[in-house]
Design a protein around this ligand. Structure first.
Ligand code: PGA
Length: 253
């Protein structure tokens, strides 16, 4: 059975970030010991900025919250500036009152990625599952690093990155360095187990992927289309990202 994600189209990326931060704060307020699924990339940067501001202003606390990130590059040490460990510390963890030990990312230096993926799944389950999963969307429709073709029953595992993903993320790496070819990512089945999902899409480069996610078939060729199998998905996007959506898709503007 498929579901229609709730689509909210906002003026711009700032409005998307504010709404996402409000949603996260509401889940934390309503859920003692909330478990968040967190995302990296350019899109959520403004969300983390809002959350940092709210914590600094004393309006929000992450005490008791636990978090699990979607993915990490394989072969990058946590201290590498382009690792998602570094990103999360720089943008969020080092600035808020989330306790060390309560945030988690897949182990990009694991000798045995399959075992590390299995351990990550167990840790999520032991935490009680994810209350709110934050997602971006790749220009190719990926979620996490689940690239086109990723099975809908996939779990946290080693994956090869699409050439387009490597190109899209190359600017995050110091000059002359190319992104790793592989990553550890939560699977699509892992993501679909979150109780609630919020997908963010901003800018014109995301318009085609959003259109394919919502208007095309539910098919592994467009990994984000799997979210139509989940009953509680909200899409927060800006006008530019919504430009390929046809009129038949119900949206709150
Ligand atoms: P971006 O990445 O936010 O940097 O565009 C999103 C994604 O690839 O999921």
């Amino acid at each position: 059975m498929t579901h229609a994600p709730k689509l909210t189209i906002l003026d711009d990326g700032d409005a998307v970030a504010s709404e996402a931060a409000r949603t996260i704060a509401a889940v934390i307020a309503a859920t003692p010991g909330a478990v968040l699924g967190l995302a990296t990339g350019r899109t959520p940067l403004a969300v983390y900025a809002r959350l940092r501001e709210d914590v600094a202003a004393g309006k929000l606390s992450f005490e008791g919250v636990r978090s699990f990130n979607l993915d990490e590059y394989l072969g990058l040490p946590p201290e590498h500036p382009a690792s998602y460990h570094s990103y999360m510390r720089r943008e969020f963890f080092d600035h808020v009152d989330l306790c060390a030990g309560d945030w988690h990312l897949p182990d990009g230096m694991a000798d045995d990625p399959a075992a590390a993926g299995g351990r990550y799944e167990v840790a999520i389950r032991k935490a009680g599952g994810i209350d709110l999963q934050l997602l971006g969307i790749g220009e190719n429709g990926h979620i996490g690093f689940n690239e086109p073709g990723a099975p809908f029953d996939s779990r946290t595992r080693k994956v090869a990155l699409a050439a387009s993903t490597i190109a899209a993320n190359a600017s995050e790496f110091p000059d002359g360095q190319t992104p790793p070819s592989h990553a550890l990512t939560m699977g699509i089945a892992t993501i679909l187990e979150a109780r609630r999902i919020v997908l963010l899409a901003t800018g014109p480069k995301k318009a085609k992927a959003l259109g394919a996610m919502l208007s095309g078939p539910v098919d592994p060729a467009v990994p984000a289309s799997a979210l139509r199998l989940h009953p509680a998905v909200t899409i927060l996007c800006d006008e530019e990202a919504a430009s390929c959506l046809h009129d038949g898709i119900a949206a709150v503007r």
